[in-house]
Design a protein around this ligand. Structure first.
Ligand code: SF4
Length: 331
């Protein structure tokens, strides 16, 4: 349990030490929602760049709702987890519908339960937006808060329900948005997975894990799966790569890229030139992609890369293949 002194000290620490992040200067629920969705499984330094780009491209829910999903995916390019962008687009269209048609008349709902009913919004995002954008007294739980709770209570594997109960009981009802952000900020900058800085922590006097913080919590087993594929790159006569839109579900759904196949130890065909291997890490997959290039029998037209959304992995694949192009294709 956190005491009222802990609450006061953590909020005072947050007021003094919080990082200066642009969405913290905004009271616009849409801008706050964008930050919360972009920062899921993304480092803040990278999230900053993409947040700026998304806010400029889609300053309001209406601007996203009226844009084609391809345009949203293009703006999202490089941020990864593209299903988030697709669901955000679906959310914007639902919010813009009139109430009579099941929508929200263009206004993001303010309560936890209603936010949770929207596409792509899970318990964490619903609690974060309800508290930060609308001042609702709802406690967030994310990986940072779980780590702070596990250490503060010296538990190696606290069940999710228990972490939520702890967060609910610790919540400041006067400043719920700041409180949630303060706990997450503490986990991100002080109570970090390694090199924990207990000396700077406002909760040190009541923390049961401060003597051996890295014992808590026990690291969760990684479920990263190794995937090995062959990418078959073909360059058209106009110099653009031949790209195909991926299916609307599964990995890189709806994005464009070269053809992929299960890796074959044999070269796909004798006239495919082996260009090398690209390694790419996703949250649950370690991708090894063997890149092959075909320059014979080129079709007249390819797809300009600037016109379609492409994953970072495919950017790397195309860059590797382009190094092996005959000189007339370069540039
Ligand atoms: S005292 Fe150390 S272990 Fe405890 S919450 Fe603070 S940083 Fe984490």
């Amino acid at each position: 349990m956190l005491s009222s002194n802990d609450q006061r000290d953590l909020l005072a620490w947050y007021d003094e030490h919080q990082r200066d992040l642009p969405w913290r200067h905004s009271s616009d629920p849409w801008a706050i929602l964008l930050s919360e969705i972009l920062l899921q499984q993304t480092q803040v330094s990278r999230g900053l760049v993409y947040w700026q780009r998304m806010v400029e491209a889609f300053p309001t829910i209406a601007t996203m709702a009226t844009a084609p999903v391809e345009t949203v995916l293009k703006a999202w390019e490089g941020a990864g987890y593209y299903s988030r962008a697709r669901r955000l687009h679906a959310l914007s269209q639902l919010v813009m519908l009139p109430k009579a048609e099941g929508g929200f008349d263009g206004r993001l709902p303010s309560t936890y339960g209603t936010l949770l009913s929207l596409p792509g919004i899970g318990p964490y995002t619903a609690a974060a937006v309800a508290s930060i954008a609308f001042g609702q007294p709802v406690a967030c739980v994310d990986g940072n808060i779980r780590r702070v709770m596990a250490r503060h209570t010296a538990q190696q594997d606290p069940p999710t329900k228990e972490v939520q109960t702890w967060a609910d009981s610790a919540l400041s009802h006067e400043r719920p948005g700041d409180w949630n952000q303060a706990l997450m900020e503490l986990g991100a900058t002080v109570c970090t997975p390694r090199r924990v800085n207990c000396e700077s922590c406002p909760l040190q006097s009541t923390c049961q894990g401060t003597h051996e913080p890295e014992r808590f919590p026990t690291p969760r087993k990684s479920r990263v799966k190794a995937v090995c594929l062959d990418a078959l790159v073909q360059i058209a006569a106009d110099g653009h790569p031949v790209l195909h839109q991926r299916p609307l579900s599964g990995m890189f759904a709806g994005l464009w890229g070269p053809m992929y196949h299960e890796h074959d130890v044999q070269r796909p065909a004798p006239d495919w030139l082996s260009c090398g291997t690209v390694e790419h890490l996703l949250s649950h997959r370690r991708m090894t992609v063997h890149v092959f290039l075909k320059t014979e029998e080129a079709p007249p037209h390819g797809t300009p890369r600037s016109k379609v959304p492409i994953s970072s992995l495919d950017e790397k694949v195309l860059a590797m293949a382009s190094k092996h192009l005959p000189t007339e294709h370069e540039g």
